[in-house]
Write a protein of this length. Structure first.
Length: 152
């Protein structure tokens, strides 16, 4: 999937935020490759099964179109998941994320995920779901239905 398709798969209210974020990174001379954006609950379940440190189904910002994963290339530098935190910081990309109030996975306390950027305000999951319930009632219904094994 090309960057454009990834950006189009995001939550419509947040897609411009990510477009601006990517454009600002590219203005610094980086080539941005979006490797993940929206993903289904079944795909999230698969990823969680492969690595329990990945968010459980229903708890990933990707499932709501609120997150992207990226790699970045500049000259012979390739920023990816295995790249050390300081190299990511030195790239300026986490600072750009902060400017856009994006949460950076390189700062997660329980799992180092430097390729991950989301627009879920830092805070606990309960506050996030309260936000979803008020703002996107159908999304909350989808979460509930999946927890009791309803299929859409």
């Amino acid at each position: 999937m090309a960057n454009k398709e990834h950006l189009e798969s995001l939550n419509q209210q947040k897609s411009q935020l990510f477009i601006n974020f990517v454009q600002e990174i590219e203005a610094l001379g980086w080539v941005v490759i979006i490797t993940q954006s929206y993903r289904s609950m079944s795909k999230q379940a698969e990823l969680h099964g492969l690595n329990p440190k990945n968010a459980a189904p229903g708890f990933s910002a990707h499932e709501y179109g609120f997150a992207i994963d990226i790699n970045a290339l500049k000259g012979d530098v390739h920023l990816k998941k295995s790249t050390k935190k300081q190299q990511w910081i030195d790239s300026g990309i986490p600072a750009i994320a902060k400017k856009y109030d994006l949460r950076w996975g390189g700062n997660f306390s329980n799992y180092y995920d430097p390729i991950h950027f989301d627009c879920v305000a830092a805070g606990d999951t309960a506050r996030w779901f309260n936000y979803l319930k008020k703002t996107y009632p159908i999304t909350y219904l989808h979460i509930y239905a999946n927890k009791i094994n309803w299929k859409f």
